[in-house]
Every structure is written in C-alpha cells, then in structure tokens.
Design a protein around this ligand. Structure first.
Ligand code: ATP
Ligand code: MG
Length: 365
C-alpha cells in the first residue's frame, strides 16, 4: 500500500490567531485541505504545550481554545474534511513523549535555536520549566502519533521538525521501522516565513502584542496599519525610502495580488513599480498604507463575517471538537500500540512471551 499522505499542524491557544498565522500556516492548510490530495488532516490546539509557559494562567488557555476554534472555522477549515482536536484530551501523546525523552539529550535540546529565543523572550533566565524546555519532544509525539507526513508551519518550527525527524530515525533504528518521518512544508513566499509584527520586530507573535488579529474589527485594522513601522528615515514624501525591513512592504509582499492594483491603486502596474517609486522618493507612507489597508480589509472581511456566524453556535463548536478528539484519540492509540509493541512493553498482548517463560520455568522443575 502506498504511504498515506497525512497532515498534522496546530497552534497554541494563547490568544486569537493573527495574520502571521494566516500567511505562515492557516492559508496553506485550507488550500491543502481543499486540494483533495491528502488522506487525512489533523489540526489541533496545543493547550498542554501552552500551559508550559502559562502554568499559572490556566484560564487564559481555556478561554482561548474557543477563540482559536472560531479562527479555524472562519478561515475555512472544515471539520468534515479536517479533524480538529485538543491536545490535552489525547493522553496517548503524553505517554509517547515520555518514551521519546530517552531518545534526546539535554544538550541537543539546549541547541534548539527557537527554544533559545523563546526562553530569552520570556525572561525565564535560569528558571526554565522542564515542560517548556522539552516541548520539542512533545511536539514530536504530536506529529508522529498521527503518522504525519506533512507539517505545514512557519519557519520558527524548522528546528522542531528536525528534532522530530531525529527522534523518528533513532526510534526506528533501535526498535524497528515504526514511526513515520515527517516533512516540513514552509510557505513558498519569503515574506510569509516569519511575518514581522506591526512594530517591525522580528516576528508577529501573540506573546509580543504586535499583532493584527484575524478577528480585529475593520476600524482596528485601519488603526493598526496607520501606526505601522515603516522606514524611520523616510521623513518627507520626496525622500528616498527603504524597502528592506519596511513592514508595510513586507505585508504587501505577503498579501498583495496583481488584481489589487486594478482595484485600489491603478496608477501603478505592480508591486515592483510601487517599490521602485518609494525607493526613488516621491511616494508617501500614507499612500502605501492606504493601499495596504484596502487589501487587508478585503482579505479579512469574509473571515470576520464567517466568524460572526460561527459565534452564534458555541455549543455546536464544542460538539465538533469533542468528536474531533475522539477521532484523533483512536489514531493516536493505534500508534501507541505499535510503539509499545516495538519497545517490548506489550506484556499482556504477547502470548508468545508468556508461553516461552512458562516453558522456561517448567523445564527448571
Ligand atoms: P506564542 O507567542 O504563544 O508562541 P505564536 O504567535 O508564536 O504564539 P504559535 O501558536 O506558536 O503562535 O504558532 C502557530 C503556527 O503559526 C506555527 O506554525 C508558526 O510557525 C506559525 N506562525 C506564528 N507566528 C508567525 C509569523 N509571525 N509568521 C509566520 N508564521 C507564524
Ligand atoms: Mg510560538
């Protein structure tokens, strides 16, 4: 049988989802879901992982599960095609993590550049929770439990995927071919790999408060674009401006399509010409921001409208999540059985083991 094509991807329920998630992962997930090329799709909310750095704030995680679920549905994830579930409801994942912990060294975890940056960002200094430090292992459990072949995520997840592949190889080497090595699927547009925040900081992130949320009102979006970081040296309209590191242009790279020019800025044939004019001088930030606002509103309006519709049936969403958890649990339990068997932890299912030991001791009589 040809290997099934399985997608797994998720988000931490630490806040509503933002446009960084959208271009980095969500937009792609929906395309993949609708492509019909995948046998199974699993999308989950990593609530247990979110607790690793929010241990004193369980209410935040709890409240954000529904927010993320609403964001998923409003961008077009469809529970009929994608299994949407909540990490903590799948205890099999915890057991897998525990076994994988023996396949990873502390120094290997310490080298993970994303974890390093996140530790700095959270000012953990020397008091890093063990659970946070080891979350790449738990992520490997999430991915392998569903035998995922494809993981569509943002660039910050690359070290996690590498770590996961190492665990799979090590496991299969020691215990025999059991786990599936996943591939990362990064956005194909460079601007989407790691969308910067509206403040121009490296990454738009729920934890940094520099986000445009998918659920922001039209007014909030307009305000946020207006105050966005551009080129700090571009003081007068006639001054030449810089494109590199200019957040407004990075967002245009991520969101602008040729038809947007016809609709909102017909004086320019394309983005290259707009950039060239900005670099030459004579193009003001306000004009570019107005254009970006129009594009953002066009992109976010249908998402916002769908969200309002889904908000009318919160109990229905919980029912959907419960079913998703049941489906996910079956899949994870199947993998865990195989893992236990490979690791020789299946005492009661192994009639041969019991019979052989019985013969051994009988022979000693
Ligand atoms: P937190 O601050 O709680 O870690 P986050 O905003 O970093 O939140 P995650 O839930 O950690 O979001 O990330 C979920 C997914 O979205 C991952 O695939 C990640 O790569 C992607 N992603 C997050 N932020 C961005 C961004 N700014 N640009 C592109 N992709 C992103
Ligand atoms: Mg993150």
């Amino acid at each position: 049988m040809a290997k099934e094509k399985i997608i797994l991807t998720g988000d931490r329920p630490t806040g509503r989802l933002h446009i960084g998630h959208y271009v980095g992962s969500l937009r792609r997930r929906v395309e993949l879901q609708n492509s019909g090329l995948y046998d199974k799709i699993f999308v989950f909310m990593a609530d247990a992982q979110a607790l690793t750095d929010n241990i004193e704030n369980p209410e935040k995680v709890r409240q954000n599960v529904i927010e993320v679920a609403l964001d998923y549905l409003s961008v077009g994830l469809d529970p009929a095609q994608s299994t949407i579930f909540i990490q903590s409801q799948i205890p099999e994942l915890t057991e897998l993590s525990f076994y994988y912990m023996d396949l990873v060294t502390v120094s290997r975890l310490q080298r993970n550049p994303t974890v390093k940056t996140e530790i700095q960002m959270r000012n953990f200094e020397t008091s890093i929770p063990v659970g946070f430090f080891t979350y790449p292992i738990s992520q490997a459990a999430d991915i392998t439990a569903f035998k995922a072949t494809t993981v569509p995520v943002g660039e910050d997840q690359e070290p996690m995927l590498e770590q996961c592949r190492e665990i799979v190889r090590r496991f299969n080497h020691i215990y025999g071919e059991t786990l599936v090595e996943p591939e990362i699927l990064l956005p194909d547009n460079a601007a989407c790999l790691r969308l910067p925040g509206t403040d121009g900081k490296a990454k738009m992130s729920k934890s940094l408060g520099n986000c445009i949320y998918l659920s922001d009102s039209a007014d909030e979006v307009t305000k946020k674009v207006k105050s966005m970081f551009t080129d700090p040296d571009h003081l007068r309209v006639q001054d030449p401006g810089k494109i590199e590191g200019n957040t407004v242009f990075t967002y245009l790279d991520a969101f602008c399509r040729p038809e947007h020019f016809e609709r909102y800025l017909p004086d320019y044939p394309n983005l290259d010409e707009l950039k060239a004019h900005y670099q030459r001088g004579g193009l003001g930030d306000m004009k570019v921001k107005k254009f970006l606002t129009a594009i953002m509103q066009e992109t976010l309006e249908p998402i916002r409208t769908r969200r309002h519709e889904f908000e009318q049936d919160i109990p229905g969403i919980y029912d959907m999540l419960k079913k998703g958890c049941e489906t996910a649990r079956e899949a994870a339990a199947q993998t865990l059985d195989e893992v236990r068997c490979a690791m020789k932890l299946n005492y009661f299912d192994d009639a041969e083991l019991i019979a052989e030991q019985a013969r051994h001791y009988a022979a000693k009589q």
